[in-house]
Structure formats: C-alpha cells, structure tokens
Design a binder for this molecule. Structure first.
Ligand SMILES: CC(C)(COP(=O)(O)OP(=O)(O)OC[C@H]1O[C@@H](n2cnc3c(N)ncnc32)[C@H](O)[C@@H]1OP(=O)(O)O)[C@@H](O)C(=O)NCCC(=O)NCCS
Length: 158
C-alpha cells in the first residue's frame, strides 16, 4: 500500500490527457470526453494531479474559477487507489490553492446516487446548499438530480 509520503501533486497540462482519460473513463458512467478536457485546459481552468514515486497518475481535479469561487468540474481517484485517503489529499490541495489565490469558496455538483462521493465531501466539510433537478443524464430516457455543495475557504491574513 502506498504511504502518503511517496506522492506529489502538480499542475496538469494537455500532455497528461491520456493518463487522465484512462482514469476518467474507468470510474465514471458518463465520463468527460477528450474534447471536454481540451476545452477545460484551453479555457484557463486549473487542474492538478496526484502521482506516486513512479510518476503514475493516481487522481486529479479540474477547477473553474467563477469570480471569487472555484467550481469543481471533475474529480477522481483511480479505482485501484481508492480508499487510501487520496481524495482527502486532493481536496486539501484544492483548499490550499483556493486560499493562496484568494478564492472564498469551492462548490460542486454530485449525483444524488453517488453516496460514496457525498460522504467524502461531507466528511471534508462541504455542506449541501441546494439541488438541481434532472441535472445529469442517467440513461436514454431519464435524468438524475444533482446535490450542490459548497465549502467556505478561510482567507490567509496578509
Ligand atoms: C469519490 C472518490 C474521489 C473518493 O476517493 P478515495 O480516494 O477513495 O477517498 P478517500 O480514500 O480519501 O476517502 C475519504 C473518506 O471516504 C471514506 N471512504 C473511503 N472508502 C470508502 C468506501 N469504500 N465507501 C464509503 N466511504 C469510503 C473514508 O471514510 C474516508 O474518510 P476517513 O479518512 O475519515 O475514513 C472516488 O471514489 C472516485 O474517484 N469515485 C469516482 C469518481 C467520482 O464519483 N468523483 C466525484 C464526482 S462528484
């Protein structure tokens, strides 16, 4: 099992796209496409990835700044590395990034059926602020609600 001391988190770029897609397509029922990721990279969003000592990508997040808030667009840990605390590490990194760049909050949408992710977010300190009806596609005929969550970020005193 990897210890939390042999990892590093760094900014992701287009060159990391294949490794990101490999995880994204394995863990999501409705994954982001290559085009979605390229739009995000070229749209000036902020993405960071967690790697182990061998350089293997273990997880990542993509954030879109909206005025003083960061919107978490996609966030995942590779299946074989889940349950090891890496989501918590990545969420902590988001908060550090938000604090250092004067964002006051991070918000996200999550499928109502994604109990695991909801639990991870709640344990971390995100709170539900609303629901969006039929936000996500489910299958060809139905859609699923989103829970909207937010965490406030303490500002560093200058
Ligand atoms: C949601 C996700 C990112 C969590 O990643 P993870 O690395 O497994 O999470 P962590 O190991 O950091 O766990 C964080 C907390 O979740 C809990 N948890 C871990 N494994 C769990 C499991 N199998 N079932 C329920 N809760 C679990 C733990 O209690 C942990 O809290 P603790 O440290 O206080 O015990 C990961 O499951 C994932 O990538 N899922 C698919 C993509 C997704 O749904 N992303 C979110 C979209 S909004």
């Amino acid at each position: 099992m990897s210890s939390s001391f042999d990892h590093r988190i760094s900014v992701l770029a287009v060159a990391d796209l294949e490794a990101v897609l490999e995880i994204e397509e394995a863990v999501y029922s409705h994954p982001w496409t290559r085009g979605n990721f390229l739009d995000s990279f070229y749209g000036g969003h902020h993405a960071r990835g967690l790697r182990n000592a061998e350089g293997e990508l273990l997880g990542y997040f993509f954030l879109m700044p909206i005025v003083d808030e960061l919107h978490l667009l996609t966030f995942a840990v590779a299946e074989k590395y889940q349950g090891l605390g890496y989501a918590k590490l990545l969420l902590q990194e988001m908060i550090t990034y938000a604090t250092q760049n004067a964002f006051s909050s991070v918000m996200l949408e999550v499928r109502v059926s994604n109990k695991r992710a909801i639990e991870v977010y709640q344990k971390f300190g995100f709170v539900e602020i609303g629901r969006r009806k039929g936000y996500y596609p489910l299958d060809n005929t139905s859609r699923e609600d989103a829970i909207v969550m937010r965490i406030n970020v303490a500002q560093e005193s200058l």
